[in-house]
Ligand binder design. Sequence first.
Ligand SMILES: NC(=O)c1ccc[n+]([C@@H]2O[C@H](COP(=O)([O-])OP(=O)(O)OC[C@H]3O[C@@H](n4cnc5c(N)ncnc54)[C@H](O)[C@@H]3O)[C@@H](O)[C@H]2O)c1
Length: 443
Amino acid sequence: MKNNITIIGTGYVGLVTGTCFAEMGNKVTCVDIDTQKIANLKKGIIPIYEPGLENLVSNNSKNGNLNFTTNLIAILPKTDIIFIAVGTPMQEDGSADLQHVLQVAQQIGENMTKPVVIVDKSTVPVGTADKVRKTIQTALDKRKQNITFDVVSNPEFLKEGNAIADFMKPDRIIIGSDNLKSIETLKNIYAPFFRTHDRFIIMDIKSAELTKYAANAMLATKISFMNEMANICELVGADINKVRIGIGSDSRIGYNYIYPGAGFGGSCLPKDVNALEHTAKEYGYTPNLLTAVNQVNDNQKLVIANKVIKHFGSDLTGKTFAVWGLAFKPGTDDMREAPSIYIIKELVKRGAKINAYDPKAMDEAKTHYLKNTTVNYCDDKYEALKNANALLLLTEWKEFRSPDFDIIKENLNQAVIFDGRNQYNALQLEKEGIVYYQIGVVG
Ligand SMILES: NC(=O)c1ccc[n+]([C@@H]2O[C@H](COP(=O)([O-])OP(=O)(O)OC[C@H]3O[C@@H](n4cnc5c(N)ncnc54)[C@H](O)[C@@H]3O)[C@@H](O)[C@H]2O)c1
């Protein structure tokens, strides 16, 4: 049976969610307040880079399963289920900003005309579903309307760069609800995504809300732990690449997500660790581990810049650096909290010039994250090397994995590589005569 689904918020999560539901044969309308974004989507112009998304959006728009609008009020009478997927950015004090979520709840309450299930897919602190419910009920009471509705938590775990595959083949679907009818509604919508056995995990709403934060805090902790080990390795003369393999071989630890690097960024880990830290403090608990995870990460984002300064001196006037990779990770154009922003700003502040290349994120850098920083953007990775004093590798895009080191040597003024993602073989680079700095290895 086709469901009439509305997705509010057409960003990374909303657009992928809506498109994948449409692909499974549902009638989906994606809503956003960004008129330009919706106008573009109607013309088939995708606002983000996500592998495989463009084709799916195009096919499902053509067959009528996927529609876009700015007019939520007009579609409310036609929808059975509404997913809220708006942003929940970090506020100054570290807490999650719920204004967009609650605005949507207010709009639903003021305009709904029939029973509906509202699903929180945005990452929201414990207690938000209660706030959404209260906001809608208050608006209904004001209108003197007695319409039934339910609020369910269904946090999203997709990874940018692999979002379609993650959504189409989820590790788990968490449904936070104690309402059997709503649970069945959601199970029915997600059932087509499971072929052999389902992976539903049903729990109370608060546990579902917290699960998302706990997952991201765990991932961030693994990264900061490895980065701390990397920093210790450098001091004592050990090699983190070897230590990583040594500890990963223990099945209780495993190899996943224990790579050292220039720090974590993105739209989720930094803000979610901060929001969880804030929630804990609100409840009178001091989350020492979460605070440390953030502190380690803040310092880690400057480790590569500090290596550059150690090599070239603190005044970088007259020096040019080639930067390969701006996105916070490969497979996306997302630059939110990317280490590249912090590293480039630090070098430019010291007088350096930057030649940057990224396969997907240069527009984001130009228009938002490095808008006020002078950067020379290059069309090709090798072009960025011309007259540069060193190469900085900051995102592990596949096209940077096995470059032509002869071209690198020919183009750089000095054969020096600072690798923020430990992509290359140090012995090979030594043979090539390239000075090679990486994370967690004495440089
Ligand atoms: N990006 C990820 O990888 C990811 C993964 C899992 C969970 N999440 C969570 O999902 C949520 C959305 O994240 P995102 O990265 O998709 O955000 P995003 O910033 O890419 O998109 C949010 C969209 O919501 C729209 N919006 C804001 N207020 C609105 C309103 N009142 N009505 C309609 N549209 C409105 C914005 O215009 C924007 O297009 C966040 O809570 C985030 O933490 C993100």
